[in-house]
Design a protein around this ligand. Structure first.
Ligand SMILES: O=P(O)(O)OC[C@@H](O)[C@@H](O)c1c[nH]c2ccccc12
Length: 237
């Protein structure tokens, strides 16, 4: 169902033929430059040309981000923006809302269950879409108000600052549990390094994929991903 009941962020991904949430990230967690000398605005325009339904921007300092980066991305695009940072307090959500973003990352692994619940409620009260990242079955079961949240399986480990290898099997293994929460937008995030891997994740039923490094560093922005993922969605949801 793609209707007015969904938030703008969720609706944009659900109706897209190329459901890739494309990410502006200045550096990898190991410090490698990912911009290739391109400005944030240039990257946003490249993503728009590649039909990104919405844009993710990493404001966390590990990845070279800051508030000015979020402002520049929001100013450049009219598509819904997801801000990726380590949101822990309500005031940070208020600031994100003021900056004009549509969705905020909430990392289940880093938040106590009660805090996650409070932050999901605060985000929804502000009109922000909670983008909840999970890595385990228990975390999936603990997501409150899943029908209003994006639930994203993170294929990397945030506790080692995402420096370890990615594990796409995690997304494949956890898909059924994510779908059963009733989230309208199950997502697989991080470490999706090829158009083929992306197509396989869509085929099991993910409705959106979050991709940063492979698009920034690889050939992803030159058409190949678009043609591989268009129509790759399964019917599982
Ligand atoms: O560059 P990748 O491997 O495609 O991953 C993107 C995104 O998922 C990743 O940047 C990310 C996942 N969780 C985060 C938390 C904070 C900052 C960034 C992230």
């Amino acid at each position: 169902m793609v209707g007015s009941a969904h938030s703008p962020f969720i609706a944009a991904v659900l109706r897209s033929e190329t459901p890739l949430i494309m990410e502006v990230k200045r550096r990898s967690a190991t410090g490698a430059d990912l911009t290739g000398g391109r400005s944030p605005s240039e990257l946003v325009r490249l993503f728009e040309a590649a039909d990104a339904p919405c844009i993710s921007v990493v404001s966390g300092r590990w990845f070279g981000g800051d508030a000015a980066l979020v402002d520049e991305v929001v100013r450049t695009t009219s598509r819904p923006v997801l801000q990726k940072d380590f949101f822990m307090r309500r005031e940070q959500l208020v600031a994100a809302h003021r900056a004009g973003v549509s969705a905020v990352l909430l990392t289940a692994q880093l938040l106590h269950r009660d805090s996650l619940k409070a932050l999901v409620n605060h985000a929804l009260d502000l009109g922000l879409t909670p983008f909840v990242e999970v890595v385990t079955l228990q975390e999936i079961h603990d997501v409150p108000r899943a029908e209003s949240c994006v639930i994203a399986v993170n294929n990397r480990d945030i506790r080692n600052k995402e420096q370890g290898p990615s594990n796409l099997d995690r997304s494949h293994d956890l898909f059924g549990a994510v779908r059963d929460t009733g989230t309208p937008l199950p997502v697989s995030a991080s470490g999706i390094d090829s158009a083929e891997a992306a197509a396989a994740l869509l085929a099991v039923g993910y409705r959106g994929l979050l991709v940063g490094t492979a698009l920034l560093a690889g050939e992803g922005l030159h058409g190949r991903w678009g043609s591989a993922v268009t129509g790759a969605r399964g019917n599982a949801s």
